[in-house]
Design a protein around this ligand. Structure first.
Ligand code: NI
Ligand code: MN
Length: 228
């Protein structure tokens, strides 16, 4: 069992009843977020896809309060380490078994500068194995053919969390094509409506994925999807 709770934008809280991890905790300043950083009291790890402020978000404050391990690329782990956070660096193509599960970094086509223009390595996605389930969080990315590799070599995927907002990432039609490459059990949209320029309709994504014979569902901020 793995529970995926959505906190808006790219922020997901995953728990298998024994462990809890948080991905891309952008909460303060996020109009889509249903919780504030204080909501989190017990976390094993915080996974960060890339250096942009809408992904690093409140990671440092939450990590210091909860003792969560920062898991990200080498540059972001060093950057947050200089702010007093403990971390475990990975890089693209590499994975590691942690007490809560396995994390592998995948490619993403995007940028990764920090809030003051710091070079924070390459952007990434994650394949996370936890609670006996496998989830792909794409991070911010355009569509790429290697999503086939992620689905086949590093799958089978139980769920794919995909950006649909366009402008900074894939739009709806590219994300629908991504679902064909990934072949995940369920596809869930993210990275929409937070800003005016990413005002995509998640129901349109679900309709198009469903019409193509695959499964998708909208999980609203504050709601959850359980993989049995
Ligand atoms: Ni970004
Ligand atoms: Mn973003």
């Amino acid at each position: 069992m793995l529970r995926l709770r959505y906190h808006g934008h790219d922020c997901w809280e995953l728990d298998d009843a024994n462990h809890r991890v948080l991905i891309d905790p952008f909460l303060n300043g996020n109009p889509m977020a249903d919780v504030k950083p204080d909501y989190f009291t017990k976390l094993d790890a915080i996974l960060i896809t890339h250096g942009h402020g809408d992904h690093v978000g409140d990671a440092a404050a939450i990590a210091k309060k909860t003792g969560a391990l920062i898991i990200s690329n080498f540059e972001i782990v060093n950057y947050l380490g200089s702010q007093g956070c403990k971390g475990h660096p990975l890089h693209i193509g590499g994975g590691h078994q942690f007490p809560f599960g396995h994390v592998k970094l995948t490619i993403a086509h995007h940028g990764s500068t920090g809030p003051n223009g710091e070079a924070l390595g390459n952007p990434a996605g994650f394949v996370l194995t936890m609670g006996g389930k496998k989830v792909y969080h794409a991070g911010d990315t355009g569509l790429f053919m290697d999503m086939q590799l992620i689905g086949e070599a590093w799958g089978p995927l139980d769920a794919a969390l995909l950006p649909i907002g366009d402008n900074f990432t894939m739009g709806i039609d590219d994300a629908v094509r991504a679902t064909a490459f990934l072949k995940a059990g369920i596809n869930i949209p993210m990275h929409y409506k937070t800003f005016d320029v990413i005002d995509a309709d998640p129901n349109e994504f679900v309709q198009k994925v469903t019409a193509a014979g695959r499964k998708a569902v909208v999980v609203k901020p504050g709601a959850e999807y359980i993989i049995d």
